[in-house]
Design a protein around this ligand. Structure first.
Ligand SMILES: C[S@@+](CC[C@H](N)C(=O)[O-])C[C@H]1O[C@@H](n2cnc3c(N)ncnc32)[C@H](O)[C@@H]1O
Length: 204
């Protein structure tokens, strides 16, 4: 099987079809108490376990690699989860294409690729522009939940958030039971520190 190359932002726009998927997302999520999005959902562990735990909440995933989207879709089907769906999409453009404005109650970004070398920092997902897109897709009081194992990336996330007036930090523990993500398990098993930040969108 051909190995898929991870596109570098700006060089590829593999988000074809996502805008038409928006109508599907809207109709499938009608009637649920909340809508949560897992961006960079990988093989769908967190997405599917969340959906199984919270049947009255709709969970939408976005993931850049199609083979992972296929695996997640198989999992969703096998578990019979009507309240979960995933689409293939890349970068902040995919969030804007798929998700309507002020639609999400929660957006999870867990362990985005850290791109530790300085010359690759431009490839990082959580940029000021991404945060603007995230704010536009969250409802007022909607929450962005970020996790990373990379201290430098965590610092840059915090700086970028502090520079935007629309965010206010809220407690990480919001009383909702959530499973651990695939990468969270890996870093917890290694005993490595994890940066966690939860911020709500204010009526700025
Ligand atoms: C390090 S993994 C973390 C997976 C999962 N969130 C977790 O916590 O276990 C990052 C995932 O995000 C996807 N990804 C990375 N950059 C992306 C981008 N710009 N757009 C969409 N997906 C992306 C990768 O393909 C990968 O599945």
């Amino acid at each position: 099987m051909r190995k898929e190359v991870i596109p570098v932002p700006g060089r590829m726009t593999p988000n074809a079809g996502l805008h038409s998927a928006r109508a599907d997302l809207i109709s499938r999520s009608v009637g649920y108490e909340r809508v949560e999005c897992d961006f960079g959902a990988s093989k769908g562990k967190f997405l599917s376990e969340c959906a199984a735990l919270h049947p009255r909440v709709f969970f939408v995933g976005l993931e850049g690699l199609s083979e992972r989207v296929i695996r997640t879709n198989k999992k969703i089907k096998r578990l019979g989860l009507a309240n979960a769906a995933i689409w293939r999409g890349w970068g902040r453009e995919s969030l804007e294409e798929l998700v309507p404005e002020e639609f999400l109650d929660t957006l999870h970004i867990s362990f985005p690729d850290p791109w530790p070398k300085r010359r690759h920092w431009g490839r990082r997902l959580v940029t000021p522009e991404f945060l603007e897109s995230a704010a536009s897709r969250l409802k007022i009081h909607g929450v962005l939940r970020l996790m990373t194992d990379h201290p430098g990336y965590f610092e840059s996330m915090k700086r970028n958030i502090a520079a935007q007036r629309c965010w206010i930090e809220v407690p990480w523990d919001d009383g909702i039971v959530r499973p651990v993500t695939e990468f969270e398990t890996i870093f917890m098993d290694k005993g490595e520190p994890i940066g966690r930040l939860s911020v709500a969108k204010t009526a700025y």
